[in-house]
Write a protein that binds this ligand. Structure first.
Ligand SMILES: [Ca+2]
Length: 125
């Protein structure tokens, strides 16, 4: 089970050091992969590789048209929400404060701008 939570940028650094990058979610398949991997882990939210710049590209520099925002998100609440977390139960995304310590989901493998299946890892320590 994942046992560490980090700020978004610390999570990104960790993923880039020990895996490939923070995960992208560019399709329902990629979404399901994360949900299935973390099923039963008790984790509610994970950072994913999307940040406000605006919401144009992922941490691994891929792009996609797939989005799955929760209702009323992204709302940039009090103008400090620049990073995206993924809610496991609903599968929806929300913008949140990048400094919040949240579990996170890395992937390992080739960076590809297509819907190919990639191997994914959640972080274990
Ligand atoms: Ca928000």
């Amino acid at each position: 089970m994942p046992t560490i939570s980090r700020s978004w940028s610390a999570a990104q650094s960790y993923c880039r050091t020990y895996h490939t990058d923070l995960t992208s979610i560019r399709s329902k398949e990629e979404k399901s992969n994360i949900t299935l991997t973390l099923n039963g882990s008790g984790v509610q939210y994970v950072w994913i590789g999307l940040y406000r710049d605006p919401w144009a590209s992922w941490s691994d520099n891929t792009t996609s048209t797939f989005t799955n925002w929760a209702p009323s998100e992204p709302n940039n609440y009090i103008s400090v929400e620049y990073c995206v977390s993924f809610h496991l139960l609903s599968g929806k995304w929300s913008d949140g404060m990048c400094s919040s310590r949240v579990y996170f989901f890395c992937f390992t493998g080739e960076v590809q701008n297509t819907n190919t299946v990639r191997s994914c890892h959640h972080v274990k320590h």
